[in-house]
Design a protein around this ligand. Structure first.
Ligand SMILES: C[S@@+](CC[C@H](N)C(=O)[O-])C[C@H]1O[C@@H](n2cnc3c(N)ncnc32)[C@H](O)[C@@H]1O
Length: 196
């Protein structure tokens, strides 16, 4: 895994989000995208429309050109055929880690996949709250951990290591950007390649 290159985004998250998604798209052959929390299609319109295959998941129903599933991301992550996809976009307002926890246990058939993550847990961590997805992916046992935000980068590193281990793969291509607002949203991408 490359070293963290945390960059502050001064022109808003849009450019960082687009750039990270382009990195994922360009790093995967025959890209097939599963976007959780897909919303009205900002990422689809900016990047994912270039993918060979795309499915978006959202609580809201969208009647547009995209292939979308209306439902709760956790339910869909548990049931959808994840092996049909090789790019997983988790663009949550809060924690993407319950979904990542499920995916990392369910994906079986892959050579190389990319995860694009929006991590909005910094405020929770600052208040000492560690959500169940983070607990499961890091091994942290306590729901409460004072000033856990100090460990945010370490938590992300550990999460990537866990995902790679569960998938019997090797992580690479890690890039991260941090939003400039108090929420300190982290935007990042990484790849997992199956061990030869
Ligand atoms: C941050 S926006 C996503 C933006 C989108 N990725 C884009 O590029 O335009 C959050 C979206 O997540 C959806 N959402 C929030 N909680 C959800 C859940 N539990 N299951 C499915 N969708 C959810 C909301 O309906 C909202 O559309």
């Amino acid at each position: 895994m490359s070293k963290f290159k945390g960059k502050k985004t001064d022109n808003g998250p849009k450019l960082a989000k687009k750039t990270l998604r382009e990195i994922a798209l360009n790093g995967i052959q025959s890209p097939s995208v599963l976007e959780f929390f897909c919303g009205a299609g900002e990422s689809f319109n900016a990047v994912w429309r270039k993918a060979k295959n795309y499915t978006g998941v959202d609580l809201k129903a969208f009647d547009d050109e995209r292939n979308t599933i209306c439902g709760d991301v956790v339910d869909i992550a548990k049931t959808i055929d994840v092996d049909k996809y090789n790019i997983f976009d988790l663009d949550a307002y809060g924690s993407p880690y319950t979904v990542l926890d499920i995916l990392s246990k369910r994906i079986k058939n892959y050579d190389k996949i990319a995860f694009v993550i929006t991590d909005g847990i910094c405020i929770d961590l600052r208040m000492g709250n560690v959500c169940s997805g983070v607990q499961s992916l890091t091994g942290l046992k306590n729901r409460r951990l004072r000033r856990a935000n100090v460990l945010h980068y370490e938590i992300i590193k550990k999460i990537i290591i866990t995902v790679a281990q569960r998938l019997n793969g090797v992580a690479s291509g890690f890039k991260i950007a941090t939003g400039v607002t108090g929420a300190k949203v982290k935007y990042y991408v990484f790849f997992i390649e199956r061990k030869k």
